[in-house]
Ligand binder design. Structure first.
Ligand SMILES: [Zn+2]
Ligand SMILES: [Zn+2]
Length: 245
């Protein structure tokens, strides 16, 4: 039996330097439930260190949370890597960290807070999470798939860090699972206005850095369960699974 699931697959926490302090794992889950989301993914810049706490809080409160990351490739393209379980997400994180130069300057870029599900600060991440990795888009996609995850190219309609603006086109041999259109433009309009996206499955998401932005855009999926395996089927338009909006 298939059901509808409202999913916001691109939410930042207080670990992202550009994100609000209020974006703690507990408050993200609370806000997502308040506005009726059925599934979220936590995707901080180049890190998944707050994903575990958000998953545990989601588990307690009945909200499925996928662990993810918004990875910045060496071409300066943002790409989501989403996983079902924490372990592969942390393995991806180790790969990203091994290829992420620099240290954060919190006065310039902002704090990078690692928090637990009780809203307590565990520490601060010292890496330059806002920076670009040395990984090519192909490296990121291959490694994500090897670990059982999926890749969604972020905010393809945007000039900053969107694949079309950075490369001029979407390479046909880059094995992307989907594209994300930002909250600024609706999916139908995007399909007409953005060249080259018609052959891809497209989703939209909030890219929230503030609590009030969570769910400002989200996609509705028809799935058997709120899992990554089901989302993968919907993106591939298989077994009746699909993206409704
Ligand atoms: Zn981005
Ligand atoms: Zn983002």
């Amino acid at each position: 039996m298939l059901k509808e699931f409202r999913a916001d697959l691109h939410i930042h926490s207080c670990l992202s330097p550009c994100s609000d302090w209020d974006m703690s794992p507990r408050k993200i889950v609370q806000k997502s439930l308040e506005i009726g989301l059925d599934l979220i993914a936590l995707c901080d810049h180049n890190s998944a260190e707050n994903a575990g706490a958000t998953m545990r809080e989601g588990d307690k409160r009945g909200l499925p949370v996928l662990p993810g990351m918004e990875i910045c490739s060496r071409e300066e393209v943002h790409i989501l890597a989403l996983f079902d379980e924490l372990d592969p997400a942390l393995e991806m994180q180790a790969h990203v960290y091994a290829n992420l130069p620099g240290e954060n300057n919190s006065k310039v870029f902002g704090c990078q807070v690692v928090a637990n599900e009780d809203d307590e600060v565990i520490g601060e991440n010292p890496r330059l999470l806002i920076g670009a990795t040395r990984l090519s888009l192909y490296d990121i996609v291959d490694k994500t798939h090897m670990l059982g995850g999926i890749n969604i190219s972020c905010h393809v309609d945007r000039p900053s860090y969107g694949i079309i603006n950075q490369l001029g086109f979407i390479p046909g041999d880059l094995n992307l699972d989907a594209l994300e259109v930002s909250y600024r433009i609706d999916l139908a309009q995007a399909a007409q206005e953005i060249p080259g996206i018609g052959s891809y499955s497209c989703v939209t998401a909030s890219d929230a850095h503030y609590l009030d932005d969570i769910g400002r855009a989200c996609s509705v999926f028809e799935l058997a369960a709120p899992t990554l395996a089901e989302i993968r089927l919907a993106l591939a338009r298989k077994e009746g699974r699909r993206i409704l909006v």
